[in-house]
Design a protein around this ligand. Sequence first.
Ligand code: UT7
Length: 320
Amino acid sequence: MTFARIAGVGGYLPGEPVTNQDLIARGVDTDDAWIVSRTGIRTRHFAAQGVTSSDLALEASRRALAMAGMEAGALDLILVATSTPDMIFPSTATILQAKLGNVGAAAFDLQAVCAGFVYALSVAEKFIRSGSHKKVLVVGADVFSRILDWNDRNTCVLFGDGAGAVVLEAAEYPGILGTAIHADGSKNAILNVPGQVSGGKVTGDPFLRMDGQAVFKFAVSILPSVAQQTCDTAGVSLDEVSWLIPHQANVRIIEFTGKKLGMKPEQVIVTVGEHGNTSAASIPLALDAAVRDGRIQHGQKVILVGVGGGFTWGAVLLRF
Ligand code: UT7
């Protein structure tokens, strides 16, 4: 029997941290106390002009490959979860592949917005378990700063840019213990970027639009239940799980999810305060931070749980 295990993790945040005060200095009508009390966000990072999702993905991937002790040429599948691709086509995964110097691996993008990384990890695990692929790079990368309306304070203070990556490889024992992914397309209006490119022009609205309260309510109902479902399916009790890594959108959603699952606050990895919401990158960035600072140790069980536009949601239970 073949299983998938995590061989390396990596993360990358572009540039210097941008504080709430910096946003005010740039003309956003907001205040630090509101952002901190409603979201927990103090800083975020923005990619410089011309820096794309694949550029951020490249840095995160190099770090994950270095931890795995693997050359990029050895990869046989490259999966990029992103909603801010470099181009309409080709896929950001193939652009990343070229930058990494890999030729021949399968490469494609996966679009599930902020749940993109748990979706991609779950897909990658199935490729490995089928026996068709053995060394897989899974990346979450986004530059949401490009799709924010800086006159909409309800959304522009919430997001940041970044990338996180994981190298998965075939193993005789399971690293990934269980996965669950779901969607409900009837909820696509509460979080979207409704525009598109057509006839040489942007048609419709090219900015992120969100009904924050509707998203909040949905997230707090779905995140604990999909985490529980994934553990139940894997036959693992939540008591055995050392760490919870929820999508990093709002500290209130994160804390609620941890409490509902009976996790202690110190078992919940929280990076939203420093990173903001980096969409598909948020979970692998948080995983990378907690692995590199020594909190997550080999052999421990970790549950990743994400939710995003679509609406999409899912969880991955793994033994690191
Ligand atoms: O990965 C995508 C997932 N996204 C999320 O998970 C986001 C989920 N939603 C949320 O995190 C929260 O709903 C928000 C942080 C977006 C908003 O928090 P809230 O507690 O639901 O605030 P609210 O929408 O009820 O807004 C309350 C007030 C309004 O003022 P009035 O009308 O009550 O006078 C807003 O105008 O807060 C005002 N407001 C702001 N004030 C200062 C909204 N944005 C800001 C701001 N600065 N940036």
